[in-house]
Design a protein around this ligand. Structure first.
Ligand code: PLP
Length: 457
């Protein structure tokens, strides 16, 4: 895992600095039950944690999992000596300030200065808040999202008792604009359209500029779910259509972005932002408890969750201090490297004779499946969609035995039509494909190795 012992020394150093801030207190005997067995139990915990995929290694190229930056891990651990609660200033004065600063930096990345926003436990909670506000602003109206939007939107709508409808996608897994317009024109009952800025399965970006034009005509709210894709706003190697969508993100009404996906943070760090800060009024609640003991804004007054880890804010703040959210900066460069990796692997797979590919990767997710080769029938030469799916699953298992960890995704056959020979029997509407999220900067140097393992299976 290449634990950097120097960085652990930095933690001890910083812990001493933290401690010095409380040096004026009278000493006391801390009670730590079980302290004598701490090392033993911690080692036992380490042994149990060995039962994990190696997410930190470039050969882990499966699900959307990215190791936190060392500064995020260490700042989180440092804050744990205090364990602040960002619900109220009473529980987390310093980390509430860090959260406000870090969230303002994320909002500034999208071009927002006046906004309302805060961290959440993750993308699901952040999207829940965005749709909760949207539902209050347009009571009785529907929520629309594409068939490739994250499934959470359907579930959240059901929790909020908002009616939800799926809109078909085009061959690039983006919301189908014709279908969307037809639905909007059919009935004036749509309150919100969820625009996915990077779908979970394929990394496709919905055409935001065109959806904004539809908003002018049909008057609905736009919620941009940029939980996975949001940081690509900083990338300078996107295709023109994708870049044009991110360039318009400031015109959305709300945005969700997950620092715990592409923002180098430990889990437990999502973020919701609203363009109109006055929606804060909709969070208002009368609590019989005296949570908020000062006139200054407490984050609990503008968030649905109550207790939240201040440590998440400390980690995010420290990361952004080290790696500012700037185009051309080191952080942005890391995202660009992931995208380069996806493009390089796509090119390799497209040109060899072993795999079918879906459309070109828009961000850093690539999809592929074994190529049928009826001319040289081997036990593994699939001639139908079902056989391709079976073979994908076999490759998934075989790759893992060679330490290459991929993911599987069940996707419409239409996504592969461009490279799928007409002779293949279309016996199933969806195909089990191999999916690889190349989200670590290290992936850029590993695509040849990944490709050679894939072609050896
Ligand atoms: C686009 C999108 N939205 C929402 C979510 C849900 O986020 P979380 O898993 O942080 O709750 C995900 C997760 O992958 C996602 O990709």
């Amino acid at each position: 895992m290449q634990i950097d012992h120097k960085s652990l020394a930095a933690l001890i150093d910083a812990a001493k600095t933290l401690d010095a801030g409380f040096a004026n207190l009278p000493p006391f005997d801390a009670q730590t039950p079980g302290a004598a067995r701490l090392t033993e139990i911690l080692n036992e915990t380490a042994s149990r944690l060995q039962d994990n995929y190696p997410y930190f290694h470039p050969l882990y190229a499966g699900q959307m999992l990215k190791p936190p930056h060392p500064v995020a891990r260490l700042a989180y651990a440092l804050a744990m000596f205090i364990n602040p609660n960002n619900h109220a200033l009473d529980g987390g004065r310093a980390t509430s300030a860090l959260e406000k600063e870090a969230v303002a930096e994320i909002a500034a990345m999208f071009g927002w200065k006046n906004f309302l926003g805060h961290l959440t436990g993750g993308g699901t909670m952040a999207n829940l808040e965005a749709l909760w506000i949207a539902g209050q602003l347009a009571p009785g109206k529907k929520v629309l999202a594409s068939e490739q939007a994250h499934y959470t939107h359907h579930r959240i709508s059901s929790v909020l008792q908002l009616e939800f409808e799926s809109i078909p996608v085009d061959k690039h897994a983006r919301i189908d604009l014709n279908a969307l317009e037809k639905r909007l024109a059919a009935k004036n009952d749509v309150g919100t359209v969820v625009v996915t800025m990077g779908t979970t399965a394929t990394g496709s970006v919905d055409p935001l500029p065109e959806i904004l034009k539809l908003r002018d005509r049909y008057n609905f709210r736009i919620h941009a779910d940029a939980a996975y894709g949001g940081y690509f706003t900083l990338a300078q190697n996107l295709a023109p259509q994708t870049a044009a969508a991110f360039a318009k993100i400031a015109e959305a009404d709300s945005i969700v972005i997950d620092p715990h996906k592409h923002g180098l943070q430990p889990y437990g760090c999502g973020c919701v932002l609203f363009r109109d800060p006055s929606v804060g009024r909709l969070y208002k609640h009368d609590s019989p408890y005296t949570y908020f003991s000062s006139a200054e804004l407490h984050l609990g007054e503008i968030s649905l969750e109550c207790s939240r880890p201040g440590a998440a804010a400390a980690a995010l703040w420290a990361t952004q201090k080290l790696l500012p959210l700037k185009k051309g900066g080191e952080f942005a460069n890391g995202l660009e490297q992931g995208r380069e990796a996806a493009q390089a692997l796509y090119k390799n797979l497209r040109t060899d004779d072993t795999f079918l590919v879906a459309f070109e990767p828009e961000l850093d997710i690539i999809l592929f499946a074994p190529k049928p080769n009826p001319k040289s029938p081997s036990p593994f030469a699939p001639t139908s969609i079902s056989e391709i799916s079976t073979r994908s699953r076999q490759i998934f298992e075989a790759a893992a035995k060679k330490n290459l960890h991929l993911a599987l995704a069940e996707l419409p056959v239409a996504f592969f039509e461009k490279t799928l020979p007409p002779t293949v029997q279309r016996d199933h509407p969806t195909l089990t494909a191999l999916r690889s999220v190349l989200m670590k900067p290290e992936h850029a140097a590993w695509t040849d190795k990944i490709h050679s393992i894939l072609t050896s299976l």
